[in-house]
Design a protein around this ligand. Structure first.
Ligand SMILES: [Zn+2]
Ligand SMILES: [Zn+2]
Length: 210
């Protein structure tokens, strides 16, 4: 049984998100996964500016380069091989064959991104989608229903119904409706597998250059 805590690499692909925002996301992930993740290392992956990238390919590249539990955050659209056009572009995904998850900020941007409030909303959404994908990385599964957590907001693993809302509606109802606290069911799972202690020392490490 996998006891103890782990390290997570957070890799920024492209520079759309500022370094301080990346730090904020890293700190938010550490907080929500207290007792499970004890170290987050931030890195930057240089890549040509592309409009879209194959999600699976990106997870394989990141796995080769970083290994271990890794979250890639890109502003490019993430494509999958799904025939249905609605599903062939995703907010985030996780490769079941390794421990790499990826998140695209492309569809998380509010209609306007001029004020601090709008930018905060954008970073908050990126954090919530990241929590969901990292949750998959640590073995959590989707809630098809609207699962509330202790804080009254939706558990980050709430998935809801995708095609009922369309992308913008989905982001507003489901992603914005999520909090940063996992529900009892998810916490119980994490405690059983990782011995979620709630008192570990956590480190946010910066491996960014330039
Ligand atoms: Zn999911
Ligand atoms: Zn949950």
């Amino acid at each position: 049984m996998l006891k103890g805590v782990s390290k997570l690499n957070i890799v920024r692909i492209g520079s759309y998100i500022t370094y301080s925002s990346l730090k904020q996301i890293g700190a938010g992930i550490l907080e929500s996964f207290r007792g499970v993740i004890d170290e987050v290392e931030l890195s930057h992956h240089d890549s040509p500016v592309v409009e879209s990238i194959d999600a699976l390919l990106l997870t394989m590249i990141l796995d080769q380069e970083y290994g271990g539990h890794t979250l890639g955050i890109t502003d490019a659209d993430l494509k999958t091989e799904d025939d249905d056009e609605f599903y062939n572009s995703i907010l985030g995904g996780k490769n079941p064959k390794n421990d790499v998850a990826v998140v695209s900020t492309n569809k998380l941007t509010p209609l306007n991104l001029n004020t601090d409030t709008e930018y905060e909303l954008f970073i908050d959404r990126t954090l919530k989608v990241s929590l969901h994908e990292v949750g998959h990385n640590f073995g959590l599964t989707d809630h098809a229903s609207y699962q509330p957590a202790g804080d009254g907001l939706l558990c980050p693993m709430s998935r809801g119904e995708f095609n009922k809302f369309g992308y913008r509606g989905y982001v507003k109802v489901i992603v914005d409706g999520r909090g940063a606290t996992f529900c009892d069911e998810c916490i119980e799972f994490l405690v059983n597998i990782y011995g979620h202690s709630g008192s570990s020392r956590q480190i946010l490490k910066d491996a960014l250059v330039g």
